[in-house]
Write a protein that binds this ligand. Structure first.
Ligand code: FEO
Ligand code: CA
Ligand code: CA
Ligand code: CA
Length: 633
């Protein structure tokens, strides 16, 4: 089966910097933008874009955004523009594997039924084509909400822990299109559940290191499971990358723990985040298994075409609270992976493979993420400027102060403690890096910095260029262009694509950039992905009170932006107390799949999607244009 299908690159296009015509176009547009806005400050943000528009060609104006934007709302449903329709593709608890049973709203299922069904809290996802009307979706199941998972609302036994563990991980399932409608295929051969207990391999430079060894795994190479899988990536060789984010919250201990700098930096503490697995499952008890958390916080590679394959944790990509893994091919064939670490004051990373991608050598491609160089970003700017330069600082043992005297005995220690290494080399602290998205045809990369109330408050988080606002409750999207248009380049130029804000309340930077207005208010950008035409889709995970600083923003939402003009239009509003996260496209872009995560969290009044008195359930929805056209155009 040919799993490398060029038509199937909708949300993760390849080779963004090998096309020199497009590259020139990109640099021209950028120069025009910088020229027009130089010296005029923030107010000129769209002035530059208008100048670029004036340069005539269709491409210079960016992709067409053809839908009529919708208003904010606080309804317990999904709202999409006129001419579009949505339906549920799959919800938490829907059976997918043989022996599965329909979701039971009274019991919410058992550990067994959950292990045969769609996991909870669907997040990042990718579509892998098997033909025009057939594909496989791999989707993360980030976590679970006990107020909905258990009728009794808490984890009170090993059975409860096993059910919660089965609700985590990744779901892989086949989909088929019939009469224009994509549907899951229950019991299909490629359907698979990966949970917090699935056997995985640790590979790369840290595999086998003493810090990864436990009593159950004296080799330090075999880990059980993956959890808090936030967003994702997709490789040119057809594998799925799932990113372990807030893994720290699953570990705890009845004992007081010794002071440990790394535990502190990674947020590992005797008190867990409330999952309460450690009293029932000793693997999560830090007193018994102090190295177990070192086996989490990685990017995991999964072959969606082989349900018997062993998922592999790629230690070369570093250990932190991974958001997503945006994969691009450099002009010379090396693989570049951009990654954010989502916590206040953490960093943005880049991995560059040592070897090159070879479309003819599937076996060799499977090793590409095991050998390469990890970097972390430093941004610089003249005071008060919302643009500037940046450089990638190498995280290689023996360089940049990563020496035994500073706490790093070898490369494995640099990778396992990547956060500590990033501080040693002088990385810039960011406003919670969430998703990173690379433009499909120009060498431009965008990152959502979701918000950061510690900015300007904590000593290590003074205001800086890409993070210019104290107590930043709104968030921003920063973008950079690698120098020479090469993703492997050591330096880049950056600017701010949008500062989210509320211009109906503020006149200062909290109003946001001029591409934010009363009709497209939003806060806390999080999910971010380009479609193949270069539309930038922005998903939010923010304050949905629709009041005070957030008045006029409504429920969490999805917007569509033109990266050339800066124009932003609201495309979708989600149900009560949800987050919108996860996006992929059918190969023809006539259907878009979007994640509705945790509707009704913390017992807020949602019964999405079924209505009535139903238990609210995280769901993947399918959106299409009624006339069958490309979504967004
Ligand atoms: Fe799982 Fe940073 O979001
Ligand atoms: Ca997120
Ligand atoms: Ca978020
Ligand atoms: Ca989430």
């Amino acid at each position: 089966m040919n799993i490398f299908d060029l038509n199937d690159q909708a949300n993760h296009p390849r080779a963004t910097d090998s096309d020199f015509a497009k590259l020139t176009d990109s640099l021209m547009a950028r120069r025009q933008f910088l020229g027009a806005s130089a010296g005029l400050g923030l107010g000129a943000f769209l002035g530059g874009a208008a100048h670029a528009q004036g340069t005539a060609t269709q491409t210079a104006q960016g992709p067409r955004i053809g839908f009529k934007p919708i208003a904010a709302n606080s309804a317990d449903t999904v709202t999409v523009p006129e001419g579009y329709q949505w339906r549920v593709l799959s919800s938490w608890g829907d059976p997918l594997l043989p022996g599965g049973t329909p979701f039971d709203h009274a019991t919410r299922g058992t550990a067994l039924s959950q292990s045969l069904a769609m996991g909870d809290n669907n997040d990042g996802m990718s579509f892998f084509s098997l033909g025009k009307d057939h594909g496989v979706i791999a989707v993360n199941n980030e976590y679970t909400n006990y107020e909905h998972l258990f009728p009794h609302g808490r984890c009170a036994s090993i059975d409860d822990a096993r059910k919660a563990q089965a609700a985590h991980g990744v779901t892989v399932f086949e989909v088929r299109r019939q009469a224009g409608t994509w549907q899951p295929v229950p019991n299909a051969p490629l359907n698979r559940r990966i949970t917090a207990n699935t056997e995985m391999r640790l590979s790369g430079p840290a595999a086998g290191h003493p810090w990864l060894k436990t009593s159950a795994d004296p080799t330090g190479t075999v880990a059980l499971g993956t959890f808090n899988n936030c967003a994702n990536g997709r490789t040119p060789w057809g594998t799925y990358l799932t990113c372990e984010e807030n893994f720290n919250g699953y570990f705890g201990s009845a004992d007081k723990l010794p002071d440990n700098v790394a535990f502190k930096r990674y947020g590992i503490a005797a008190k867990d985040a409330g999952y309460n697995w450690h009293p029932f499952d000793g693997r999560f008890d830090l007193g018994q298994n102090p190295n177990e958390p070192n086996r989490f916080g990685w990017v995991v590679e999964i072959d969606p075409m082989n349900p018997h394959s062993t998922p592999t944790k790629r230690t070369a990509l570093g250990r932190f609270k991974h958001e997503n893994a945006e994969v691009v091919l450099s002009a010379d064939g090396r693989v570049v992976v951009y990654m954010g670490d989502d916590e206040r004051g953490e960093h943005i990373y880049k991995f560059v493979s040592a070897k090159t991608f070879d479309p003819q050598n599937a076996a060799a491609n499977r090793q590409l993420l095991d050998e390469g160089t990890l970097y972390v970003a430093r941004f610089t700017a003249a005071e008060g400027k919302l643009s500037g330069q940046g450089e990638w600082l190498e995280l290689t043992h023996g360089k940049n102060g990563l020496t035994p005297e500073n706490g790093f005995k070898d490369q494995a220690e640099v990778l396992i403690h990547a956060r500590l290494a990033a501080t040693v080399v002088g990385a810039t602290t960011m406003d919670r890096p969430e998703w990173i998205a690379a433009h499909p045809s120009r060498a431009e990369v965008y990152v959502t910095l979701t918000n950061n109330t510690d900015r300007g408050v904590k000593p290590n988080q003074a205001l800086n260029g890409p993070n210019p606002r104290a107590k930043n409750v709104y968030g921003q999207i920063v973008r950079w262009t690698p120098d020479q248009g090469l993703h492997t380049a050591p330096t880049f130029q950056w600017d701010i694509f949008v500062l989210a804000g509320n211009p109906t309340l503020h006149r200062d930077l909290m109003a946001g950039t001029p591409n934010v207005n009363a009709d497209n208010l939003f806060n806390s950008p999080d999910g971010l992905s380009f479609d193949k035409d270069g539309r930038l889709w922005i998903q939010t995970d923010g304050d949905y009170s629709n009041a005070n600083a957030f008045a006029g923003m409504g429920n969490n939402q999805m917007l569509c932006a033109n990266p050339v003009t800066g124009e932003i239009k609201r495309f979708l509003v989600g149900p009560v107390a949800c987050e919108i996260t996860g996006i992929c496209f059918a190969p023809d872009n006539a259907t878009m799949f979007v994640g509705i995560q945790h509707p009704g969290e913390a017992r807020k009044p949602s019964h999405f999607p079924q209505g009535g008195q139903a238990v609210p359930r995280s769901s993947i929805i399918a959106i299409r244009r009624k006339d069958g056209g490309v979504v967004g155009s």
